[in-house]
Ligand binder design. Structure first.
Ligand code: FAD
Ligand code: NAD
Length: 478
């Protein structure tokens, strides 16, 4: 209850924005009794994004990869306050965050502010559209649970509409053309999942769509999955060929309408041509863009004048131009790719840093008390005892302060490519292992099961996999 939460005036207020990979890994490891911790996020759950592509076809139910934030917070030693709200502005000068309740149900108050002594920004990124006309209106993204639900509905809507009585052949072809834009891991994984859905279930249940259902992956660059090794790119491309997923590389989408996309194709001779590609379902997965609240903060800080892709941070993840704001995950610009792995390690690093800072503060206060005691000591014996204690505390302080800068340890990249195959670039001891195939897929599954957030999630995901194997995916459109 509200009355039980009284911020302790002797402690600093630490505000954490977001409940994604960065913020939640910080929360999990943070000794919350050292600070008045306040979490603000429009999402009252953590989302295990690596399995989100599987939710688009109903292989996994979305609730299986969600973990309520209240469940995480109630396990903390000290009360952590959670507000389901969006941070709309960070006022650096005033040290406050403006928050707004964007949920459907609103009370008398839906805008207010939260003061902070320390702030961690872990708000992630939004979908990049590069300002291309029609993208927001006509395509589906794949970032949030609602996106996956939307795609799941639309796949079946396209199929049922294509099966409508007297539908024209051209329209059937268009409706059953599933186009994915962006050949990064999101696009590749989704294309693989969708083709699996067709092969495992759809074509058995609705054989009439067999000749026309088609998945196309469109990529502007000369190849897909640029972060993987050449060998694994080739493996992915040949698996897609077997699965009959078309990859259109060197094809840059320039315009989107409700029924087709327009793309600039670079031909083998280097010439360029414009092509119109009709679609039924369009999934847009072209990477990340900066959120408005982050862009606004960047505009308040002269030190961020040259930042484009997000908040520039120092090696301790402190936002450049501030001394009490840190950034983690996709909204921070470091030397690493914007992945869950990086965000998780950054969050854990900040937890260690804050736990250490709290310890340092305590020791410094104790040192202050001891030095007062020393000056008041009456006998040599007392003076010596206090002196020894001071030496001991100083040693402790030096040890605690020895926390080094953030260092990322890459555990490897892993992506599902359909047909029960996955690709993995794993750093193993000193070398790199590049592997693709069914064994890698089994590894992929067990890796994700063991990484899944709670044992509850682990059980739910395993049950979903078994259910789909036994009964197929659920194709009813809600
Ligand atoms: P997020 O996890 O996106 O969390 C951001 C949080 O901030 C959310 O809780 C959001 O609700 C909240 N928020 C948003 N706006 C505001 C606001 N204004 N105020 C307060 N809170 C706000 N990475 C991997 O390493 N491996 C994978 O297999 C993998 N698979 C992926 C699959 C998909 C489909 C996607 C989309 C991404 C995948 N990623 C993967 C990337 C990974 O999910 C991101 O890098 C990671 O989520 C970044 O963590 P984050 O904490 O920065 O942001
Ligand atoms: P991405 O940035 O990795 O890839 C986007 C792709 O879209 C690029 O290859 C780009 O060339 C292409 N593109 C951009 N504009 C285009 C246009 N107009 N027409 C055609 N193609 C266009 O994006 P993502 O796949 O969403 O991934 C985002 C981040 O999340 C990455 O860091 C990725 O590593 C991470 N992620 C990882 C995994 C995994 O490890 N399995 C899965 C999903 C996402």
């Amino acid at each position: 209850p509200e009355e039980q939460y009284e911020p302790d005036p002797t402690k600093k207020t630490l505000v954490i924005l977001g409940t994604g990979w960065g913020s939640v890994s910080l929360l999990k490891k943070l000794d919350t009794e050292n600070y008045n911790v306040v979490v603000v996020s429009p999402r009252n759950y953590f989302l295990f994004t690596p399995l989100l592509p599987s939710c688009t076809t109903g292989l996994i139910e979305h609730r299986s990869i969600m973990e309520p934030i209240r469940n995480i917070l109630r396990q903390k030693k000290a009360t952590v306050k959670f507000y389901e709200a969006e941070a709309t502005k960070i006022d650096y000068e005033k040290r406050v965050v403006l928050i707004s309740d964007d949920s459907e149900i609103k009370g008398d108050i839906s805008h207010t502010e939260v003061p902070f002594d320390m702030l961690v920004i872990g708000v992630g990124a939004e979908n990049a559209t590069f300002g291309i006309q029609g993208v927001r209106e006509h395509s589906c993204f794949l970032k949030e649970v609602t996106d996956a639900q939307n795609i799941r509905k639309r796949i079946m809507d396209c199929v049922e509409t294509a099966m409508f009585k007297d539908q024209t052949p051209d329209e059937v072809k268009r409706l059953l053309h599933m186009v994915v834009v962006g050949g990064g891991p999101t696009g590749v994984e989704f294309a693989g999942e969708l083709q699996d859905f067709f092969n495992d279930d759809l074509k058995k249940w609705i054989p009439e769509i067999q000749d026309n259902f088609h998945v196309t992956l469109v990529e502007a660059l000369p190849n897909v999955l640029p972060m993987f090794s050449k060998q694994l790119i080739d493996y992915t491309e040949s698996t897609f060929k077997e699965e009959e997923i078309t990859i259109r590389t060197k094809t840059m989408v320039k315009k989107v309408t409700d029924k087709y996309i327009e793309a600039e194709v670079t031909n083998p001779d280097g010439s360029k041509s414009l092509e119109t590609i009709p679609y039924g379902l369009l999934v847009w997965a072209t990477g990340n863009a900066v959120r408005p609240v982050v862009r606004d903060l960047m505009s308040q800080l002269p030190a961020q004048a040259n930042s484009r892709r997000g908040l520039a941070v120092n090696e301790y993840l402190v936002v450049n131009g501030t001394e009490n704001i840190w950034a983690v995950g996709d909204c921070a610009i470091t030397n690493y790719a914007p992945t869950a792995q990086v965000a998780g390690q950054e969050g854990a690093f900040l937890a260690r840093l804050f736990n250490t800072m709290a310890k340092t503060d305590t020791i410094e206060k104790e040192l202050q008390t001891l030095s007062n005691e020393q000056s008041l000591a009456k006998t040599d014996e007392d003076r010596n005892r206090v002196f020894d204690e001071i030496r001991e505390r100083q040693k402790q302080l030096r040890r605690t302060k020895q926390i080094g800068p953030f260092q990322y340890s890459h555990q490897g990249s892993l992506a599902y490519i359909g047909k029960e195959r996955a690709v993995a670039d794993i750093s193993w001891l000193s070398g790199n292992i590049a592997s693709g195939g069914t064994l890698t897929y089994l590894f992929w599954r067990s890796a994700y099961l063991s990484m899944c957030f709670s044992s509850r999630n682990r059980v739910l995901v395993a049950v979903d996999w078994i259910k789909a194997r036994l009964f197929g995916r659920d194709v009813s459109r809600e």
